[in-house]
Design a protein around this ligand. Sequence first.
Ligand code: COA
Length: 424
Amino acid sequence: MKALEGIKVLDFTHVQSGPTCTQLLAWLGADVIKVERAGVGDATRQQLVDKPGADSLYFTMLNHNKRSLELNTKSDEGKEVLTRLVETCDVLVENFAPGALDRMGFGWENIQKINPRMIMASVKGFGPGRYEDCKVYENVAQCAGGSASTTGWRDDRPMVTGAQIGDSGTGLHLAFGILAALFQREKSGRGQRVLAAMQDGVLNLCRVKLRDQQRLAAGPLDEYSQFGEGIEFGDSVPRAGNDSGGGQPGRILKCKGWETDPNAYTYFITQAAVWKHVCDVIGKPEWKDDPDYATPKARLPRLNEIFEAIEAWTMTKTKFEVMDICNPLDIPVGPILSMKEIAEDPDLRKTGTIVEVDHPQRGKYLTVGCPVKLSDSPVEVSRSPLLGEHTVEILEGVLGYSGADLDRIVGSGAVGKVGAVAAE
Ligand SMILES: CC(C)(COP(=O)(O)OP(=O)(O)OC[C@H]1O[C@@H](n2cnc3c(N)ncnc32)[C@H](O)[C@@H]1OP(=O)(O)O)[C@@H](O)C(=O)NCCC(=O)NCCS
């Protein structure tokens, strides 16, 4: 049995943010029915194509464990099928541009009329306010949510991060809202609206920077490198390079091989509790009792000098040797792992975090499995559906169409070209 067994999801999502959410629900055991534009499908099927004629990795890696139904929701028959889906499903997830669902005739009021138990979950770029009508993509959300202004180097322009905190991050936020709404429905018997705005999701992940914004009123942020360098603070949180976000100073330092390997680096945190171990490891035992270095406060104005000394040591070791030496001493370090190293990591393969999946069009590829492990609801990652692969199966098995009624829907063209898909 799976945690969400019996829950049916009308997956009206596309691109990344919404599909991330519904993929998680599918992994937890929900029956996720992805409704795609007839003959077209989710635009990402054809984006960043590496194998012509095959669904892209962009699509396959975000749509595992789902079923695909082609549907033109703007035709009469399409609206009829969509209405039946709303009647039958527990959750509708969508990330259309603001207003698109209303224009389709399936706004919240109508959804409630059709199925008062329906949970309608949406990703939008912004919550209610002056930008609510805007279409939003990942990097726009990173900029609007405070990530870009606080990422990068102080004397350079704002920077976006490679982690998809606007898209995948918001999908994750939406999933937890949906689970809470499902739980509440058990008691109330009613569905509700769940909204995850990308700006809000990014800001939630940038919480510590809003903390620092308020701390600025009390004086300079003394754990930021610029404090030690004597550079004045302005009136908003500056970019802090690779400084750690907590009160324990940390930096990214070169390791053996950095001249040729762009990822021969380690993160190194000079945690106060293990300062004496740090001094021993880097060959500076005299710093343990020297009043200029012995306390965190004394070290703050000397961080550049201290990290130079630590780096002189890390440069004599590989990033993995640094880990092997520091870990037993509880000195927090972390090798900078390349995507190649992560893809080949045997532990991640064993836990199902990196999974190899077989696909009829593209053969074997790697994906990221479910990042959360439930002991009673194990996840088996199965490949993403081909466009319209389950159209008839869903019309018959989920919506109860048969005989002349089924022929009418199929004949109308509202569900694309049935039979055009050869799966395996
Ligand atoms: C991502 C985004 C910018 C893309 O915008 P877009 O390409 O214009 O796509 P839309 O979502 O507006 O949908 C386009 C149209 O397709 C229509 N459509 C979608 N599925 C359909 C279907 N199965 N049958 C018929 N029409 C369909 C919509 O109704 C809409 O039509 P309309 O504009 O005439 O009302 C936009 O969807 C958005 O801002 N989403 C919310 C934020 C978000 O999730 N962003 C991150 C994406 S990773």
